[in-house]
Design a protein around this ligand. Structure first.
Ligand code: 173
Length: 321
C-alpha cells in the first residue's frame, strides 16, 4: 500500500514536472520569402536544427515554408501583424511595410561593425516603430548584386532590354535605360524560359539554386551594393518571451553571425561555377566600372533620401564609405 501511494505520488510529480517544462517551451513560427531550395534557406535550416536541438524545453523554431506558405512580397506584413513570428527575408520584399527596408543594400561596412557603431540600433528603432518588428540578424554578407543578361552589351546601357527586378535594382536599372518588371525569385525561371525578360538582377551567388544558369549567357561585372538577407521578428512575439528565452535566442543569433565569414568562400565558389557552366563575363574598363558602381550608389541613396530623408541621412553617415 505504502509503495502504491509512493508510486502514485511519483507519477503525479512526473506529470507536473513535464507540464511545467512544456509551459516554458515556446515554439516560434517561421517562414521564408526566398524559395526553400535557395542557399539562404538551407543555410538557415542547418542553424534551426542546432537551435532546436540545444533549445529543448526553452525555445524552438518551426520552419513552415517558403513563398508557397506566404508569398514573397507578403512576408513583411505577415511578421508585422503576427501571422508568423519570424521571417527570413530581404528588405526589398517588404517595402510595402516601410520603404526604409530596402535601404540596407547600401551598407558598405561589415555586419559586425554595424553592431558596434550603432547602425543596428538605428535600424531597430525604425523597424520597431514602422514595422512592429525586431531586426533580429543580418546573416549574409559579401554578396554583391550583379546584372545577368542574354543580350550582349558593350557599355552600361540597357536601352530596349526588359529586366527582372526586385525593388533593389529599380532606380539603378531604370537609370541605365532598362524596362523593368518586378518578379519574385520563384517565378524568374519561367519568365526566362518564355523570353519575357532579357535578364535579371541577383547576387553573385545562388543562380544555380533555381536553375537560372540554364537560361543565362552573361554576367556583367562589377557587382554593386551588398545583398541584405536577414531574420526579422514580430515585436510582440519577442516581448512575450521570458528572459531565459531571449538570452537563448540572442546567443544563437551571435553564433549565426559569427559564421558570416563563410560567405566569402561561397562567393568565390559560385564565380568559378558560373565560369565552368559557360556563363561569360562582360567587363568594362576601369573608369566605366567606377562610374557604373558610383551610379548604383548615387541612385540608391538619392531614392532613399526622397523616401525617408531623416533615416537615410543618419544611416548613410554610419554605413557608407
Ligand atoms: O529578389 C532579389 O533580387 C532581391 O531583392 C535579393 C535580395 C537579397 C538577396 C537575394 C536577392
Amino acid at each position: 500500500m505504502k509503495n502504491m501511494i509512493r508510486n502514485l505520488l511519483l507519477l503525479v510529480l512526473f506529470f507536473c514536472a513535464s507540464s511545467i517544462t512544456q509551459a516554458q517551451e515556446t515554439t516560434l513560427r517561421m517562414v521564408s520569402g526566398f524559395p526553400e531550395n535557395t542557399k539562404y534557406v538551407t543555410y538557415i535550416q542547418d542553424w534551426i536544427a542546432k537551435f532546436n536541438a540545444e533549445g529543448k524545453g526553452v525555445l524552438q523554431i518551426n520552419f513552415i515554408g517558403g513563398p508557397k506558405a506566404i508569398p514573397t512580397f507578403e512576408v513583411g506584413n505577415a511578421v508585422k501583424t503576427g501571422v508568423v513570428d519570424i521571417a527570413l527575408a530581404t528588405g526589398a520584399f517588404y517595402t510595402n511595410v516601410m520603404p526604409e527596408a530596402d535601404f540596407l543594400k547600401l551598407t558598405q561596412i561589415t555586419i559586425a561593425e554595424q553592431r558596434k557603431n550603432g547602425a543596428y540600433e538605428l535600424i531597430n528603432k525604425v523597424w520597431n516603430e514602422k514595422g512592429n518588428m525586431l531586426y533580429l540578424s543580418r546573416f549574409v554578407e559579401n554578396q554583391p548584386f550583379h546584372l545577368y543578361i542574354n543580350k550582349k552589351i558593350e557599355k552600361p546601357d540597357l536601352t530596349g532590354q526588359k529586366i527582372r527586378i526586385s525593388p533593389v535594382y529599380r532606380e539603378f536599372f531604370i537609370a541605365l535605360g532598362a524596362n523593368v518588371v518586378t518578379i519574385p525569385p520563384g517565378e524568374v525561371y519561367t519568365a526566362l524560359e518564355r523570353g519575357v525578360i532579357d535578364g535579371y538582377g541577383w547576387p553573385i551567388g545562388g543562380i544555380f539554386d533555381l536553375n537560372w544558369n540554364e537560361k543565362t549567357k552573361y554576367r556583367v561585372d562589377p557587382g554593386f551594393y551588398d545583398a541584405e538577407v536577414s531574420l526579422v521578428m514580430n515585436l510582440p512575439s519577442y516581448k512575450k518571451l521570458t528572459e531565459v528565452q531571449r538570452k537563448y535566442l540572442q546567443n544563437q543569433i551571435a553564433a549565426l553571425e559569427a559564421q558570416n565569414i563563410s560567405w566569402i568562400k561561397y562567393n568565390q565558389d559560385e564565380i568559378s561555377r558560373q565560369a565552368k557552366s559557360g556563363i561569360q563575363t562582360i567587363k568594362f574598363d576601369a573608369a566605366t566600372s567606377k562610374a557604373f558602381v558610383d551610379k548604383a550608389y548615387d541612385e540608391g541613396w538619392s531614392n532613399a533620401m526622397k523616401q525617408s530623408p531623416e533615416f537615410a541621412a543618419q544611416l548613410k553617415k554610419l554605413v557608407a564609405k
